[in-house]
Structures are given as C-alpha cells and as structure tokens.
Design a protein around this ligand. Structure first.
Ligand code: AMP
Length: 583
C-alpha cells in the first residue's frame, strides 16, 4: 500500500499511535507526550473534549465524561455523555480521530488507514465494534491485531532466529492478561491467553486508600470513607505513592487539609506496599501457570518474558516472574508503548516496509554495588547487588535499601560497579565513596539510588533514613569510561603475558626497555620464565585453561606489584602445574 498506515493501541486507560519512517517505529507526539488518556467528555462550554482535558474533569463531572469505554466495546451498553446516548464505537471513534489528527499534523499528510490492536480474548463482536470505531473516525482498518502479537513484534527485531516462545505479561490499570506467543519465521501466533479483566493498578491504589482511611481512623478517630471528595484525593495520593515506590524504597504521603483540620502525613515503604498487593500478584502467577498449561508448554520452553502495561513497573513483579520462570523479563521497551510500537511495525508492513523495528536506548551494562550478605550462620562479602540491570530502557532510576552491620557504625563504603558477575570484585569498579554515618544502631537503613540517563551520566544518592543525611555523587560517561576500563584490563593482561600486544597498544607509562617477558621489571627469573612459557603455550591451550592461565598471570602481576613475592611464587607454581599438561 502506498498510502500511510497508522498503528494504534486503543487502550482502556490510554491510547497511542505509532508510525514507521526511516525504518523505525516511533510514537506520534513523543514517547511520554504521545500518550492520550482514553477519556471523552463534554466541557462546561458544551464542547467535545478528549484526552487529558476529559480525564481531568472525570472526577468532578462523571455524567459528562466517559472513561474505560473499551470495557463496553461490542456490547449494547450505551454511554451517556451530557444527556445524549452514544454507542461505545462512537465514543472510541473520538479517541481514534484525535490520534489521527495528531499523526496527520506530525507527518504532514492525510492518513486514511490504520492497524488497531485488541486484547487476544476479544470476541468477533468486540473486534467488529473496534473496526466500526475506525470507520466512524475516517480510518479504514486494514488489520486488527492481538495486543500480545503487537508486543512480540516490537521485540522481534532484537530477537535471534528460530522458533521462540514468548510470555507476554500485561498488567494495566484495570485488566490483567497473560499470553503465550509463538514466533516462527515471519509468523506470530498467540498459543494461549488468559487473565482477569477486573484486576489492575486501580486495585493497588484501592489497597493504599484503605490503608490511608484506616490510618486516619486510628490516628484522628474519624471515618472519611464515605466522603467522596476525600476519597478522590486519597485515590490520587495513593496512585502517586504507588508509582513513586516503583523507583524509591520509601515514600511520604502528604495531603494538607484532607479535612478541615487534618493534615495527612504518613510514610509507606515498598515492603508494606508489596504486602498489600501480594495476593493479587500471586493470582497473576497462577494465571501464568494456566497460560503455560493451555499452550502445553512448561516454563523451560519460554525464551523471553515481555512486560506490557504501566503496572508492570512494580519491581516485585519482575522478581516473581524470574523466580517462577527462571529468566529475567526483558526491559528494553517502555511497557506503556510496546503495543503501539508493535502496531506501528505491522502498519509499516502494510505499507511494504518489512524490516522496520524499534529504536531503543538501553544500558548495555548492569550497574550495581557491593554488599555483605548475612545468611544468619555465615556472611558472604562482596556480593554484587544490581540496581540498574543491563538492557533497561533509559533513562532509568532505582533505589535499594541496605542495612548497617554494626552498632555505632561510623561509615559505609559505597562502591559502584559495572558488570554481570555475582561477585562484585569480578566486576569493574567505576566509583568509590565513603559515607559518614551518625553512628546509629546496627540494622539502620541506608537507601541507595542510581539515576542513569541517556548520556551515560550516573547519579548516585545515598540517604541515611533515620537522619536524612545524604551523600550525592555523579559519575560521567559511564558507558565510554567502561569500555576504557575494559581496554585497560585487556592491556594489563597483554602486558602480563609480554609480547602479546603491539608496543603501541601499551599504555604510555610502560617502560618497555626495563622489562623482562613478564612486563614487570626486577622479578625473580623463575617466575619470569613461567610467564614466558605461558605466553608460548597459550594458543594451544583449551579455552578453560586459557582463562585460568590469563587469570593466574594477572594475579601474579598484581602480587608482584604489591611486593608480595611469596604469593606470586605460589601462583606461579599453580600456573606451572597447568602448563605441564599442555603440549
Ligand atoms: P495502562 O493501563 O497500561 O496505561 O496502565 C495504567 C496503570 O499503570 C495505572 O494503574 C498506573 O497507576 C499504573 N502505573 C503507571 N506507572 C507506574 C509505575 N511506575 N509503578 C506502578 N504502577 C504504575
């Protein structure tokens, strides 16, 4: 098709449109600004409004506003809007028309065709009603595709060849779906889909609202649960707190004058929030098992987990999925935009652009810190605790709590590591800071927050929770600095093995004239000979031995630099043992 085709995610809470140009699908209006609340209303001047304006008036004028129309699609339930009755398709067409208008402004040409996504469980009647909404909006719906299929398409370009099974876990504001999708060559097929269309972020907000009303009851001896005005404010505060807890470990909910004389101020931790929603989340894990059973697969068959919907930003969901399926969910694409981008890719295909994908900005490395793990009967030092995981979409922000080990502890050392190894010391140290504490009791909480932006600027903030005492630091260029660190490690290895890198590869501080084969001056000849032998035998060594040889040689060099000849000799003997078996 020569004419432009728009990809549309017509969602329950929000809708977005995506378009392919330069072979990449992008969100019309920009990633965040392009999100259009799926709300339609009549304002106080009697004008039709859509998006943020309609959403903002929903609490004050429910009779003049329609929200979540998607739930009525395909039914004969009419929507009342300012005294007039409209079909769900008519209301949805207002949202589609707005997306079409925005896209036409941005692209600079008329758009008459669209690909629209629907949940996999939508019946024929619901799909037909969606098509009809497109027709009313002036869009010829060239294809209706399933939301999990669209999500898989958005990720497909980053995937390898061969048959893949993808689990799409979609938790939005009011609905939950889990689907198993099979990708084979160009064909994407939904093998199973199940869920609960009455479970989502709104329920989590409700749990926090209940916690707040019971706090007010206990603290101020009044019951605010019947007051609609207070309820609306508490609901907004609850949602803000919930969202904050996806990045922070603690949040303070503050609502001045929640009643005439009550200033609500209460702290909520991520742990407490997780306890509130755990039953709901466990239900979603049962649905994951059911979806696997329906598809006649086991967790071992799943190659990827995709997260869709705003509520999947709750960190414990990723943890639970990883525990259940043994793989970490993919984090590359914004869970709010994944379906729209997939619809955009399908729209691109309808336009004959087969190879379009999604342009994604992700961190290529994991950034974390080191901590001591207390098992009760033993402690493990130098455990790597990732904060921002490899392949997370940028910008990214994450907070983790840590506890002090001793009473009156004066200081903690905060090391910033880049790498993927469970032992922090096997990763690359990119920053180290000393944080003075106010000598509180053992077990006091220190929260550590990393903010990583697109330019590779890593901001770190440590906060002593009890006192609010802070440490702030910024590490620039973590991506390029990291590759430089890698390079340095390689150079070091080459230097240790002597003669392996060209002289120009060696750092300027290397005094080539004063070296023996080990690359270090003034070392015992026996050790130098062993290193020389290692250099000669390295090529013919088995890969495992190769790694061992390089590591030992590096360790010998470190020992020699530290003047620890005894250790160097011991390591050299180990190295000799390995070399003995290599021809
Ligand atoms: P959706 O229906 O996919 O647009 O998802 C909307 C739901 O996601 C709402 O309940 C939001 O409160 C929730 N949500 C958005 N961002 C976050 C976040 N960072 N953490 C937790 N929930 C979120």
């Amino acid at each position: 098709m020569d004419e432009p085709v728009l990809g549309i995610d017509l969602g329950t809470t929000n809708s977005e449109a995506a378009f392919v140009d330069d072979s990449y699908a992008r969100i019309i209006g920009g990633d965040r600004e392009g999100i259009l609340p799926s709300c339609v209303g009549i304002n106080s001047d009697g004008e039709l409004v859509v998006g943020p304006e309609a959403r903002n008036q929903a609490a004050a004028w429910p009779e003049r506003t329609v929200v979540s129309v998607k739930r009525r699609m395909g039914s004969d339930k009419l929507c009342d809007l300012g005294g007039e009755a409209y079909s769900p398709s008519e209301i949805s067409s207002v949202i589609l028309k707005e997306l079409k208008r925005r896209a036409e402004n941005e692209i600079g040409s008329t758009i008459n065709h669209a690909v629209i996504t629907v949940p996999a469980y939508f019946t024929d009647a619901q799909r037909q009603a969606t098509k009809e909404a497109g027709d009313i909006a002036g869009l010829n719906v060239v294809r209706i595709i399933n939301e999990p299929t669209a999500a898989a398409l958005a990720y497909k370009e980053t995937d390898e060849q061969g048959t893949k099974h993808i689990l799409v876990y979609d938790l939005g504001g009011g609905t939950f779906d889990v689907s198993i999708v099979k990708i084979e060559e160009q064909v994407v097929e939904v093998l199973s889909s199940t869920g609960d269309n009455m479970l989502g972020g709104d329920d989590f907000d409700e749990r926090i609202v209940r916690f707040l009303t019971s706090h007010i009851r206990k603290e101020y001896k009044i019951d605010v649960s019947e007051d609609a005005g207070v309820a609306a404010r508490l609901k907004n505060a609850a949602e803000r707190a919930k969202i904050e807890l996806s990045g922070e470990y603690y949040t303070r909910i503050e609502e001045p004058y929640i009643t005439e004389d009550i200033h609500l101020t209460v702290e909520l931790s991520r742990d407490d929030f997780e306890k509130m929603v755990m039953k709901d989340l466990e239900k979603t894990m049962v649905a994951v098992t059911n979806a696997l059973n329906d598809a006649k697969l086991t967790s071992k068959d799943i190659d990827r987990i995709l997260l869709v919907g705003g509520s999947t930003r709750i960190p414990v969901i990723s943890t639970m999925l990883k525990e259940k399926l043994g793989i970490k969910p993919s984090l590359e694409i914004d869970p709010d935009l994944c379906v729209a981008l997939g619809a955009g890719i399908q729209a691109g295909r309808e336009m004959g652009k087969e190879d379009s994908g999604v342009l994604i900005d992700i961190t290529p490395y994991t950034f974390g810190t080191s901590a001591v793990k207390d098992l009760g009967w033993d402690v493990i030092p130098d455990v790597f605790v990732p904060l921002i995981e490899k392949n997370t979409k940028l910008p990214a922000s994450r907070t983790e709590p840590f506890r002090t080990m001793f009473d009156q502890q004066e200081q903690v050392q905060i090391d910033v590591f880049q790498g993927e190894n469970a032992n922090a010391l096997d990763n690359i140290l990119i920053g180290s800071y000393e944080f003075d504490l106010s000598q509180t009791a053992a077990g006091s909480i220190i929260t550590l927050k990393y903010d990583l932006d697109l330019n590779g600027i890593l901001k770190l903030e440590a906060v002593e929770k009890d006192t609010g005492r802070k440490l702030n630091a910024v590490i620039d260029n973590v991506f390029s600095e990291t590759s430089e660190s890698r390079l340095q490690r390689s150079r070091k290895k080459m230097r240790a093995l002597g003669g392996f890198g060209a002289a120009s590869d060696l750092p300027e501080d290397t005094e080539a004239g004063d070296q023996n084969a080990s690359g270090i001056s003034g070392i015992p000849q026996e050790i130098a000979d062993t290193i020389e032998l290692a250099r000669e035998k390295l090529d013919s060594a088995h890969q495992d031995d190769k790694d061992e040889i390089i590591n030992l040689t590096e360790d010998i060099q470190t020992a020699l630099q530290a003047g620890d000849f005894e250790k160097a000799e011991k390591l050299s003997a180990e190295l000799e043992d390995i070399l003995f078996y290599i021809d």
